[in-house]
Ligand binder design. Sequence first.
Ligand code: FES
Length: 101
Amino acid sequence: MDFVRIGMMSDIPKGGMKGFVIDGKKILVAEVDGKYYAMDSVCSHMKGPLEKGTLAGKDIQCPWHGSIFDVTTAKVVGGPAMRDLVSYEVKSENGEVFVKL
Ligand code: FES
């Protein structure tokens, strides 16, 4: 797939994240130490909204039952979720953020 423009870098708070729905797919984009990462935002445990969770460094904690995912890889680092999610390539150009879906 191609890169899709999702918004401006300024839309995504430093050290924070924001959720997007693109073609019906729910993703989040997070900023960690000046780099942007994108991954599915629907928790693999019981579909909790990860974009409403908390981001500490590169760890996102699901607001529902506390599973933790590494936002740089979309892999589970703490249960109860057991299935990794999908991460997406991100690039930024001229202040805009693009995600390859
Ligand atoms: S839905 Fe995310 S931990 Fe349960």
